[in-house]
Design a protein around this ligand. Structure first.
Ligand SMILES: [Zn+2]
Length: 340
């Protein structure tokens, strides 16, 4: 009756910290989770929600480690065997369910029903191997389509006492109300500029602290992996595309900029579209005379009309839908910036 062993030849170490002192995002949430852990009132079905790069996955692993640690206080000790295995990503009772590659090696946009049946429901029939809990982190949980969510309703409602769910969602509105109502929700938000700046200082950003805090817009994840630098690069590339895109003589240059963009955000197409939309809105605001912190060069933007920016904004909104229909990102960017 033993469950198939969780063994893969090249498992990478976990890229998330499991100790609470490495969690820089909302300290209110830290306090709340601490209280829930101490009082034993942590729900068996958690939903961690919030915008990109605010620490949702990190928090999911911190909570998971706290639940599996041999000497939690109430967070993980980082020293015991369970903690070590979690960090090495070989703890058998911690399962990360996410998007898989489909046919032709392309990433799927949905978590499919086979994954729900095989990787969750079937696994949950047996108690944990060595942990106190059998934990399923599901991300992005909004990638569960309606039939997947329905298939999970029963176990989310009454999970076996050894099962813990941690659903992660950027867009909770895409979860069925019946699913959401079964969850204890921990909602993460962007930090204020002051909070972000303080963290940047603490992380020894030196003279970059201010600009990094500004472009991060309260999303701590962007401070941690040089994401803010990508973001500045994105802002610059977009401005060039926006300005030159309407000019047929710059077609070659625009296309190479689009290539740059696709490379910069390989495998993160949905993020780059979100950021594109945000920046386009910022460009529009800048034209309206609002000050912006996103390295916007007015000498660039002065040469495009607001109507042109509005059209790009509209097409970027439509682009998310195209991405869901598996249209390639390069084609999408061509549509956004070069379409008429
Ligand atoms: Zn431990």
């Amino acid at each position: 009756m033993a469950r198939a062993k969780f063994e893969e030849p090249d498992i990478k170490e976990l890229e998330y910290p499991i100790t609470i002192d490495n969690f820089y995002s909302s300290q209110d949430i830290v306090k709340r989770v601490e209280n829930l852990l101490k009082s034993g009132k942590l729900g068996q079905t958690l939903l961690i929600s919030g915008p990109p790069s605010v620490g949702k996955t990190t928090l999911a692993y911190i909570i998971s480690a706290a639940l599996e640690c041999e000497k939690p206080d109430p967070f993980a000790c980082n020293k015991c065997l369970s903690c070590k295995k979690i960090k090495k990503n070989i703890f058998p009772d911690l399962r990360y369910i996410t998007l898989k590659e489909g046919e032709m090696g392309k990433m799927r946009t949905q978590i499919v029903i086979e994954q729900v049946r095989e990787d969750i429901l079937k696994v949950a029939e047996l108690p944990p191997y060595e942990g106190r809990k059998l934990i399923f982190i599901v991300e992005p949980s909004e990638a569960l389509n309606a039939s997947c969510q329905n298939a999970l309703l029963k176990i989310l409602e009454e999970p076996p006492d050894y099962v813990q769910f941690v659903l992660i969602a950027k867009e909770v509105s895409r979860l069925l109300p019946t699913v959401r109502s079964r969850c204890q929700e921990l909602s993460l938000k962007e930090l204020t500029f002051e909070e972000t700046y303080k963290i940047a200082r603490k992380l020894n950003f030196g003279k970059d602290a201010e600009i990094a805090a500004q472009v991060s817009r309260g999303r701590v994840g962007l401070l941690l992996n040089d994401g803010w630098k990508d973001y500045l690069a994105l802002s610059e590339i977009l401005q060039k595309i926006v300005v030159f895109g309407k000019n047929i003589e710059y077609f070659g240059e625009v296309n190479s900029k689009i290539d740059e963009l696709v490379t910069l955000y390989k495998e993160k197409e949905n993020i780059v579209l979100d950021e594109t939309l945000y920046l386009i809105k910022e460009f529009i605001r800048a034209k309206d005379g609002f000050q912006s912190n996103n390295n916007i060069k007015m000498e660039f933007l002065n040469s495009v009309s607001k109507e042109h920016l509005y059209r790009i904004e509209q097409r970027t909104i439509e682009a998310t839908e195209m991405l869901n229909r598996n249209v390639g990102i390069k084609l999408i960017y061509n549509y956004i910036f070069l379409g008429e």
